[in-house]
Design a protein around this ligand. Structure first.
Ligand SMILES: [Zn+2]
Length: 134
């Protein structure tokens, strides 16, 4: 499985926050000028759940220029607990833990500011979910 251009484009766009329309409640990944559903211009920033499950993953062996020293690295498609699908870099996985359906949690880690080409910026990575004691 390889990371398609579609995936890569999504990767740069999605953060763990989104925008909810104040008037109709529609969810938007990035702040739109007007709500696509109702035309309102008022939005509230909402945080997405930090946990979910791994739907798919892939090893990136040939990294973008600014990431050459980081390759190879893992990228995963994660379904958050509210159903939002999000793409992020994976971290701290052992071979045994790395499987489809594995529970994951997001850790906010700024890895890099916009590179010279303005392409790469990850705000977070996903790691295996740690079961915190109640
Ligand atoms: Zn709306």
């Amino acid at each position: 499985m390889r990371v398609s251009r579609h995936w890569r484009n999504k990767l740069f766009r999605y953060r763990l926050v989104g925008w909810r329309c104040v008037s109709c409640g529609a969810f938007h990944y990035s702040k739109p000028l007007v709500c696509k559903r109702c035309g309102s211009r008022e939005f509230r920033e909402v945080e997405l759940p930090k946990t979910g499950k791994l739907l798919a993953y892939t090893m990136v062996k040939i990294a973008p220029k600014d990431f050459k020293d980081k390759a190879p690295y893992l990228v995963g498609l994660v379904e958050l607990d509210d159903g939002t699908k999000i793409l992020g870099q994976l971290t701290d996985f052992t071979k045994e833990e790395l499987k489809e359906g594995a529970r994951v949690e997001a850790v906010l880690r700024k890895i890099r500011e916009d590179g010279e080409n303005g392409i790469i910026e990850y705000g977070f990575k996903f790691r295996p979910e740690i079961h915190h004691p109640p």
